[in-house]
Write a protein that binds this ligand. Structure first.
Ligand code: ATP
Ligand code: MG
Length: 780
């Protein structure tokens, strides 16, 4: 079973895996520790992650990024229309009520919802983890922005299901970071006097702040605050606009009118931005940006900070909000921990510092990987695979949730709504709501403060229809209880509906002689009431359909990749064999074999570069490869045998000599072995030795370019034969000294029989490992 944590970032994602000795952030197929959060579509296959990045510029109309920003949104969301559209060149459209992308896939215009796109991307992360762990990957913890609402979280769970993943928890980024921070600390104070840490994460697209209290064995999130549009991409955009403006007059080009030129400028400004994090001035140069213009410029840090001043000025607000809501004063804050790539910008740090003038900013965590590490720790805690040090997470809800209902006719005074999970309510949490009803009724759950939600996300969360409610047996109102749960993912669901009946039961008399009347005991009887509940997110039948589709696309990608590999294998074989026939294989081939093989290789080479061979099926490449290999294999085998045979023969001779010398030895450790048995070992060894010498002579008489009569494998088998014959005899234990009746049991320290001699020849090894429960994971 896998233990995996994913930091799903808007620019790129990181994957952690838990192992016995701790957590590793793993690398992808090109050895990067971060995988671009991109999916791309082509005429033959999809490109996901790293390969999507490679073709981002050439295939920009079909390459989708900002996956995390699109997920769970509708097309008409103001943030999609006004912000995200500016960061993509893909045509966004509506797919079943949510935003999706229209791309050209397998030569056809195809629409995919953001949920499907994230599913594809998570599938790639799963494959990366599977390749690393060499086992199936299902259980994961995925980090999400703390500001994700119910519908966004559900969309991520749907996407994970499409990818065949089973999220044990969706964890807010800052909570994951805090968990990774806390679980590795062994010096945390007692709960009365906790350590308060402010985590500030500024990544590629958003900023989050969390004030967290740590004490022995637990963390408590005290408050959170966000700016959902403040990150590296906003800095990049400000720089791109600046240079685009400059190049208008300098080179008379309009960069922003040309998507490829815009991409080139973006990547140059990102480089420039990073240089400016460590230098006072930096050059910018973009070769052939457009219209054959080589553009160049410079920027000083001062100019840079001026260009992003609006962004910088927004940094203090979330920090102040979080601090205020935590109820703590600056003096009570023990540390300020920075994570996320954009906290490397000195001006960003200075702004953070301005809110906490007296406190040093600390970067003890790995800024880029702390979130993935924390998520992986969280997965390890929830999975049965490892035992992990107990460390509790007390997380909180960001947006208050209320339920509302229609007024019951009987009670004009009745409220019609109630905040069930206020802001700051613990997660997970279950609450039981009580209704007095004589008839079926509906309950609706919504976010109580729609203005606090990102973009134009619909505050609606879900609806519960309680069926089959009637008057109580006494004709009165039935007491109907509804269980609402904010689960570990931070998602609301109605988990049970039941009526309660109070029954009075007589207690049983024990002795039967009491004159008192029998005591009555009140028993609450729960009767389940049927209900249906509906929420945002996809219906399970739709998820299944998308999962099927994903499997088909995945299989197609794999087939395309395998075909490519088989094609390369055929090509490689042609060139490899040709050169080896001139060289190492030359003595091992007969002239007519050589001619036949070379002809076959040329035939395949011509075919490969023909129209048919350029784009053929996997089986066509495989059958041609197999046919050529059939001609080449005898030659390869003769050469390999000639290399390996002398080694095998030398090994066998050494083994034989060792046994003969042991069997004829006068050493004490062999003294107890029967002479007859020792003799049989010698005979066996001599027979095999004779076989080897006879066969070696036969082989030596043959020319090199015919098939051998003696193979290394045969020699190896003979070696096994002598080992299995001789080892049991030569390692036979010494008999125990005979017991004498009435003799005292030897005290400790008394002489005990010698242990059996250690075998000197290799023996098949058998190890048993005893394990009790899951192994403990090293968290330090
Ligand atoms: N040395 C640096 N100086 C300035 N910016 C940097 C530096 N290193 C990385 N960045 C920026 O940090 C951002 C990436 O940070 P990070 O990996 O934390 O983002 P993410 O997790 O993908 O995004 P988010 O958390 O917002 O979804 C990019 O915009 C990148 O350009
Ligand atoms: Mg991030």
């Amino acid at each position: 079973m896998s233990v995996v944590g994913i930091d799903f970032g808007s620019l790129h994602s990181k994957i952690g895996v838990a192992r016995h000795r701790g957590i590793d952030i793993i690398t992808n197929e090109v050895s990067n520790r971060a995988t671009p959060s991109l999916v791309s579509f082509g005429p033959k296959q999809r490109a996901l992650g790293e390969s999507a990045k490679t073709q981002e510029i050439s295939n920009f109309r079909n390459t989708v990024g900002s996956l995390k920003r699109l997920l769970g949104r509708t097309l008409h969301d103001v943030e999609i229309q006004q912000v995200e559209k500016g960061f993509t060149h893909v045509n966004l459209l509506d797919v079943d009520g949510s935003v999706g992308a229209q791309v050209n896939y397998l030569g056809e215009p195809t629409a995919f919802s953001a949920t499907q796109l994230v599913g594809m991307y998570l599938g790639r992360l799963r494959d990366i983890a599977m390749k690393e762990l060499k086992i199936g990957v299902s259980d994961v913890v995925i980090a999400i922005p703390g500001w994700y609402t119910d519908v966004q979280r559900r969309a991520l769970l749907n996407a994970a299901a499409i990818a065949g993943l089973n999220p044990l928890r969706l964890i807010p980024d800052h909570t994951a970071v805090a968990f990774g921070y806390g679980i590795t600390k062994s010096d945390l104070p007692d709960p009365e006097n906790p350590r308060h840490v402010v985590f500030v994460d500024i990544g590629h697209s958003s900023m989050s702040v969390a004030v967290v209290a740590f004490s022995k064995g637990q963390l408590t999130v005290k408050s959170t605050a966000y700016d959902t549009h403040l990150g590296g991409r906003d800095i990049d955009y400000a720089l791109v606009r600046h240079f685009a403006e400059e190049f208008k007059t300098k080179y008379k080009i309009d960069v922003l009118s040309n998507p490829k030129a815009t991409f080139r400028l973006y990547s140059a400004t990102e480089k420039l931005k990073k240089i400016l994090s460590a230098n006072a001035e930096a050059p910018l140069s973009v070769e052939s940006i457009m219209n054959d213009v080589d553009a160049s410029s410079r920027l000083t840090r001062e100019q840079y900070e001026q260009l992003i001043v609006d962004l910088l000025d927004r940094i203090p607000a979330p920090l102040q909000r979080a601090l205020e809501e935590s109820g703590l004063s600056i003096e009570q804050i023990d540390a300020i921990e920075l994570v996320g790539g954009s906290t490397r910008v000195p001006a960003v740090r200075a702004k953070i510092q301005s809110v906490f003038p007296s406190k040093p900013l600390s970067t003890t965590l790995n800024q880029d990987e702390a979130c993935a590490r924390g998520s992986t720790f969280a997965c390890a805690t929830l999975s049965p695979v490892f035992r992990v040090r107990d460390f509790a997470i007390h997380d909180i809800a960001v947006n208050p949730i209320k339920v509302s209902w229609e007024k019951s006719l009987a009670d004009e005074e009745e409220d019609t709504e109630l905040i069930v999970f206020p802001r700051g309510n613990g997660i997970p949490s279950t609450k039981v709501l009580t209704f007095y009803r004589k008839a079926p009724f509906d309950v609706e759950a919504v976010y109580a403060e729609p203005s606090g939600l990102p973009g134009s996300i619909n505050p609606w969360i879900g609806r519960l229809t309680v069926k089959e409610v009637g008057p109580s047996p006494t004709g009165d109102y039935s007491t109907v209880r509804v269980k609402a749960r904010l689960n570990l993912h931070g998602i609301l669901s109605f988990e049970a509906v039941y009526t309660e009946e109070i029954e009075e039961k007589e207690e049983m008399q024990v002795d039967g002689e009491s004159t008192e009347p029998p005591k009555k005991k009140k028993v609450v009887k729960k009767n389940a009431v049927p209900y249906v509940a509906g929420y945002g997110g996809l219906d399970s039948s739709v998820v299944d359909k998308y999962r099927e589709k994903e499997l088909t696309m995945h299989a197609n990608d794999k087939l395309v990749q395998d075909t490519e590999e088989r094609k390369n294998a055929l090509e490689e074989y042609i060139y490899d064999m040709r050169s080896k026939l001139e060289d190492r294989y030359a003595p091992f081939v007969q002239p007519q074999e050589r001619d036949a093989l070379l002809a076959e290789l040329s035939k395949n080479e011509d075919w490969l570069y023909s129209e048919e061979g350029e784009d053929a099926t996997k089986s066509a490449y495989v059958s041609r490869f197999d046919a050529a290999k059939k001609l080449g294999d005898p030659i390869t085998t003769r050469w390999r045998e000639a290399e390996e045979r002398p080694r095998a023969a030398a090994q066998l001779r050494e083994t034989i000599n060792q046994y003969i010398s042991q069997a004829t030895s006068t050493e004490e450790r062999f003294a107890h072995i029967d002479e007859k048995d020792k003799q049989s070992v010698v005979e066996k060894a001599v027979t095999i030795q004779k076989w080897l010498e006879d066969q070696s002579v036969r082989q030596a008489e043959r020319p090199k370019n015919v098939d051998p009569v003696l193979t290394a494998a045969e020699i190896g088998k003979k070696r096994d034969e002598v080992i299995y014959f001789a080892t049991p005899i030569l390692t036979r234990p010494k008999p125990k000294p005979p017991k004498v009746d009435g003799a005292e049991t030897p005290r400790s320290g008394a002489e005990t029989p010698n242990p059996p001699p250690k075998p000197e020849t290799p023996q098949p090894e058998l190890r048993t490992e005893e394990t009790q429960g899951p192994p403990e994971m090293d968290v330090d």
